[in-house]
Design a protein around this ligand. Structure first.
Ligand SMILES: [Zn+2]
Length: 136
């Protein structure tokens, strides 16, 4: 008996991402079609340890569920990167997260060339809720 899904989502564990992140997954028509890998800093673990926990999880997702996509989701004010106070502006913060996700994408693509890697950045507003999620 096999069961497959389309994608794996690498997201931060931060509670402030929900329920809006789940709403976003639903809007992408991926609810019940995506493995969720939740860890502080999301793709940070891939950059810091290319043979580590998250890459192992992605490998299992490929092997067990035959995924074809990996979605990397980073967010503003991420504690794993020291939070927004470490950056002069949201643009600077976003640029650093995009750079991190691009490095992670290279690691994933090297190990799994057939996977499509998509990157997203969520902005957390002053009310501790996601105000927007955008592809990058
Ligand atoms: Zn975070």
């Amino acid at each position: 008996m096999s069961h497959t899904c389309k994608a794996a989502l690498v997201r931060c564990m931060d509670f402030r991402l929900d329920p809006e992140l789940t709403d976003y997954v639903r809007a992408q028509n991926l609810l019940h079609d995506i493995d969720v890998i939740s860890i502080a800093g999301a793709a940070k673990n891939i950059v810091d340890d290319p043979q580590g926990f998250v890459m192992t999880q992605i490998g299992l997702s490929v092997k067990l569920h035959e995924i074809t996509e990996v979605h990397l989701m980073h967010h503003s004010d991420c504690g794993a990167y020291g939070g927004s106070r470490m950056f002069a502006s949201l643009e600077e913060e976003k640029a650093m997260h995009i750079e991190q996700m691009q490095k992670a994408k290279e690691v994933i693509s090297t190990s799994y060339p057939s996977l499509t890697v998509l990157m997203f950045f969520a902005v957390i507003g002053e009310n501790d809720r996601i105000t927007c999620v955008e592809p990058v």
